[in-house]
Every structure is written in C-alpha cells, then in structure tokens.
Design a protein. Structure first.
Length: 102
C-alpha cells in the first residue's frame, strides 16, 4: 500500500492513493466491509480519542469523526457507493485502510 498523506509542495490536506490495501492489520480493522449504512472501526493499542477522517477515492475529505473506545460505529449511509479510505490520526503516524460503500 502506498498512500501519501501530503505532497511536499501541497498545502491541501488530501491523500493520493496509488494502491489500496491494508497496511495495519494488527492495529486497525473495519467491518462489515463492504458496508451499507454502518461501518465499525476497531483500533487496537491506541490510547485516547483520535481524529478519524474518511476520503473518497479522489482524495476529497467527506467525513470527520473521532474514536471513542476500542470500537467506533460510523454512519456511512450518506456516502455514495464506491471506494473510500479511512484515516485514524495517531500521534506517531496516520493509519489508513480502504473500505467499500455499497
């Protein structure tokens, strides 16, 4: 998986996905995937409420929330069908994973 959070000459907080996949299987998991209206985000080993952002495949920010405990339920019913990237902003580095909205 090769996702760059920001280009060095870019001030727009978008992401650019060259390949999609799961880089952090031991830390972050999503279910069900594909999702219809609810997406559950499980984050292991991270402390505190962390910002969560969802981007569409073009890198546009479409939703923001935060983690609240080990499993966070996110309403994705208002998202169009397609591929999305969810990003958890850990203090060490952003954790990203793709999901499909049906």
């Amino acid at each position: 998986m090769n996702i760059t959070s920001r280009r060095s000459d870019d001030t727009n907080p978008t992401i650019f996905a060259d390949e999609l996949g799961n880089e952090y299987p031991e830390v972050i998991s999503l279910f069900p995937n594909p999702a219809n209206s609810i997406l559950n985000l499980r984050v292991k080993g991270l402390v505190g409420d962390l910002p969560v952002r969802i981007f569409d495949i073009q890198g546009r920010l479409v939703k923001e929330t935060s983690t609240q405990g080990d499993v966070q339920t996110i309403d994705v019913s208002n998202l169009s069908s397609g591929i999305y990237i969810i990003e958890v902003l850990d203090e060490r580095e952003p954790l990203r994973m793709q999901f499909i909205k049906q």
